[in-house]
Design a protein around this ligand. Structure first.
Ligand SMILES: Cc1ncc(COP(=O)(O)O)c(C=O)c1O
Length: 456
């Protein structure tokens, strides 16, 4: 059984939480507990500063022959390089957009241009509708058959045998999620990509929910496309698409004629949200600094009073000139720092997960949808969908909200899943989402509040 001590030894929660000003809020005299990460996480001060700093100093459109416009071009290039380190790909394989849904609708239309009636697409029962409806709409336009892979109801994992049986020589694309935003299941994405490629199909991965919990490595996954949303991993409200260079060059985007044909800009339409892109670079740096700090004792339990913040120890990195090598002191590059951060995040979240599942299962009648066996925690993240007989998810979420606990009720657009599990008509699930800034104390207080609300 992990303990709070083990948790704090890996990540210094005092340091982490001090980075996020919104976490200090109270509700009706109760400290606010942000358990709504799956709907969007809070942002560190540096993201707020980067957004407002851009608007104060650099606000301009791109491609102009004057200073603020040039600084905007540089800033976007830096943010792209940061996301390339985050995803482990080339900067020219990263496209920004308003959100994952918009990017996926656009990409589905472009991919659909090359498809014909009789071709097939595979989606899954576990996915958020943003990785289902764009493919359904494109399929309807093109006369394409869509097949949906089923789940194992008892633990809400993907039925891989069913998925494999639905992929055949006619399959042109497999669209799957990395992790479920409703029940927390982490899918065997590498295997899904392998199955898709074995049939000659493209693999389109929705990593929106996985982003705050685990390291994304598109090179290791070998996926063709991967989409994520920075507002789910401590950044601003934006979406990011990775596409393999060969696909971004080969496919034809729907775009205006004056826009460049060069990748990745040909996949970005109109004027982007520059201030939020400035926030993206800051959010990746926040994560990387967590990793750097672990190495030099700033963000782990061995808090070093008087040691400068890790960002002040670091400089430069994967910029337009192609240099890398952040952290002058340690020689660690930004990608390595991000990997170190996620290792610590994973350890912390796993301890919280065990703590909350142990406590939830003691509440009479409470049902957790998804994996509960600690031996299988590598197959799930710390996102919990629960129901308690006699209480609707909305009632529970409202009562928790009055006590300062921010949770969600409903389907969170994982509509295929809530309908299949027959909870849609009765209010979906109560969703409790834990990320790295949540604490063991918040978990304990939530469990006490739930027990009090249901009279357990
Ligand atoms: C798993 C998953 N996929 C896709 C989306 C849609 O992302 P966006 O809001 O960036 O369109 C969400 C949003 O909650 C999500 O959780």
């Amino acid at each position: 059984m992990p303990t709070a001590e083990k948790t704090t030894a890996a990540l210094d929660l005092t340091y982490v939480r001090s980075q996020f000003p919104s976490l200090a809020q109270t509700v009706n005299g109760h400290p606010a507990a942000f358990l709504d990460g799956p709907g969007g996480t809070q942002v560190p001060q540096r993201v707020i500063d980067a957004i407002s700093g851009y608007l104060r100093r650099d606000n301009a459109n791109t491609g102009g022959a004057y200073s603020t416009s040039r600084r905007t071009d540089t800033m976007i290039a830096e943010a792209r390089a940061a996301m390339a380190d985050f995803l482990h790909c080339g900067a020219d394989e990263v496209a920004f957009g308003p959100n994952m849904t918009t990017l996926t609708f656009a990409m589905s239309r472009a991919i659909g241009r090359d498809l014909k009636p009789g071709d097939e697409i595979v989606v899954t029962r576990l996915d958020h509708d943003a990785n289902v409806s764009p493919w359904l709409a494109m399929a309807e336009d093109r006369g394409i058959t869509v097949r949906s892979a089923e789940i194992h109801d008892e633990d809400c994992t993907l039925d891989m045998a069913d998925l494999a049986s639905k992929i055949n020589a006619k399959t042109k694309l497999v669209a799957a999620g990395y992790a479920s935003n409703a029940v927390g299941t982490i899918n065997p994405v590498k295997e899904i990509v392998r199955l898709a490629h074995a049939a000659g199909a493209l693999a389109y991965i929705d990593a929106v929910h996985y982003g705050p919990h685990g390291l994304i490595d598109v090179a290791a996954l070998d996926c063709d496309f991967l989409v994520c949303s920075t507002y789910k991993f401590f950044g601003p409200h934006m979406g990011v698409l990775f596409g393999k260079r060969e696909h971004l060059k080969r496919l034809r985007p729907y775009k205006v004629r004056p826009n460049t044909n060069a990748i990745p800009n040909c996949w970005e339409w109109g004027t982007l949200n520059h201030e939020c892109i400035a926030g993206i670079a800051a959010c990746v740096e926040y994560i990387a600094d967590l990793g750097r700090g672990l190495a030099n004792g700033v963000t782990n339990g061995a808090t070093n009073k008087g040691v400068p913040h890790p960002s002040r120890l670091s400089k430069g990195g994967n910029d337009a000139a192609g240099t890398s090598g952040f952290n002058e002191g340690g020689g660690t590059d930004r990608r390595a720092a991000i990997e170190a951060a996620y290792a610590a995040i994973h350890e912390h979240e796993r301890a919280l997960l065990e703590r909350i599942i142990t406590g939830l299962l003691k509440i009479p009648g409470l049902k957790i949808y998804g994996i509960t066996d600690p031996a299988r925690f590598h197959e799930r993240c710390a996102t919990l969908a629960v129901r308690i007989p006699g209480h609707t998810p909305l009632e529970l979420s409202t009562k928790l909200g009055d006590r300062g606990f921010f949770t969600w009720d409903g389907n969170y657009y994982a509509l295929n899943l809530t309908e299949h599990l027959d909870v849609e008509k009765s209010g979906g699930f109560l969703r409790i989402g834990l990320v790295h800034y949540n604490t063991a104390d918040e978990v304990d207080r939530l469990l006490a509040a739930l027990r009090e609300i249901v009279g357990a």
